[in-house]
Design a protein around this ligand. Structure first.
Ligand code: UD1
Length: 363
């Protein structure tokens, strides 16, 4: 009997993480995976484009929950997923990351008595104002297998009283995907299409509610990026949440190279050859660490401290003037990176599946 896994994805970063796990599972006879898309992200450029580029099989089920309040999204996933999991009764529900779909799926599985594995467990910003922090805490407390991407994750889980035998330092599955697709990404023509010179532009992304939901702050952040663009070209792929806020506020932007959300391969090439990346994303802090590209994180905290301790990431807060000063200083003196974080070697998915195979049997 194969080990039946229901793998849950909902939002863009989930697709990148699950891609490598599914690819690895597909090569092993021990596993049978059923892919469940909650539909949290649904626009073609936020969802289908990633499935195509990353070779993720079409979902077996799409719960089509769409956008809504946190409660509406969480409850929507729970109601629809309960029916699906009750019918299938998999041996394991596998969740990744920290989006609403992750937490909702862990809750349903736990209530049904189905074991839960959480990939990217233990990350903590210690900032409950971030919706993802609640998602991480709830998911981890409900999980039976907790796969941490960096040592801080293991420490946090132990401090919270999670039994050691449930915790595994497995490495970073997003870096598995990066390594797998790096050469292919290098063949995309995005830098040329946008009229840029390799190594001589910045890339900015903004989508955290704390940065984009307040109109005044968002306007100041965009002005700051426009100011930076007097020093070097700044590409700003605009997340749908950010675009909606900008349009609603009637914000006009000059000087920046605005794009739609980019696909995985184009974005990977873009950040690989950037002189500087400014972001409030979690995953981009990790990707720039491996790519050895200077990254300024426009947040007050990070749940990924290894990217600062060993990587090229710097926390610069959310004050636009301070960010601009830090950006200009970084152009003059780019940070050096130390050794890549432990186990960010492209083989995290394999380690995770080894552990699940040993523990859940099958054959
Ligand atoms: C979600 C995650 C966040 C993750 C991010 C990656 C939560 C709480 N947040 O934030 O952790 O970093 O995804 O992108 O789960 N929209 C579209 N098309 C889509 C999806 C969303 O237009 O396919 C628009 C809608 O206006 C929606 C808004 O974006 O209201 C926000 O989407 P939502 O999924 O609620 O949160 P994100 O900001 O994308």
């Amino acid at each position: 009997m194969k080990i039946q896994i229901s793998a849950i994805v909902g939002a863009r970063p989930n697709f990148v993480k699950m891609a490598s796990i599914l690819e690895e599972a597909g090569r092993r006879s021990a596993f049978q995976c059923r892919l469940i898309h909650t539909g949290q992200h649904y626009s073609p450029e936020m969802s289908a484009a990633f499935f195509d580029e990353l070779g993720i099989p079409a979902p077996d089920v799409n719960l089509e929950i769409g956008s809504g309040s946190h409660t509406a999204q969480t409850a929507g996933v729970m109601l629809r997923l309960e029916t699906e999991l009750n019918e299938r009764r998999p041996d394991l529900v596998l969740v990744v990351g920290d989006v609403n779909s992750t937490m909702a799926a862990a809750l349903v599985a736990s209530k049904l008595g189905i074991p839960v594995a959480h990939v990217e467990a233990g990350l903590r910003s210690f900032d409950r104002r971030m919706p993802e922090e609640t998602n991480r805490l709830v998911t981890d407390v409900l999980s039976d297998y907790l796969f941490a991407s960096e040592p801080s994750g293991v420490r946090n889980l132990l401090n919270e009283g999670i039994p050691q035998e449930r915790i595994f330092l497995a490495g970073n599955v997003m870096i598995d995907t990066l390594m797998r697709f790096r050469d292919k990404a290098a063949q995309t023509g995005v830098i040329e299409r946008l009229g840029l010179q390799s190594g001589d532009y910045a890339v900015a992304t903004l989508h955290r509610p704390s940065n984009v939901d307040g109109v005044e702050h968002l306007a100041c952040m965009v002005s700051m990026l426009a100011e930076l663009s007097r020093h070097l070209p700044v590409v700003f792929p605009v997340h749908p949440r950010t675009r909606e806020r900008m349009e609603r506020a009637g914000l006009t932007v000059s000087g920046l190279i605005l794009t739609e959300p980019l696909g995985y391969l184009e974005f990977l090439r873009l950040i690989s050859e950037a002189r500087l990346v400014l972001t409030d994303s979690g995953g981009i802090q990790e990707e720039t660490t491996i790519l050895q590209v200077a990254c300024l994180t426009m947040r007050e905290n990070t749940e990924r401290p290894i990217t600062i301790e060993q990587g090229t990431n710097r926390l610069v807060g959310t004050d636009p003037q301070k960010i601009l000063r830090a950006a200009l200083a970084t152009l003059d003196a780019p940070p050096r990176s130390l050794a890549p974080p432990e186990l960010w070697d492209g083989r995290a998915s394999g380690r995770i599946l080894d552990i699940l195979e040993r523990s859940l049997g099958g054959g």
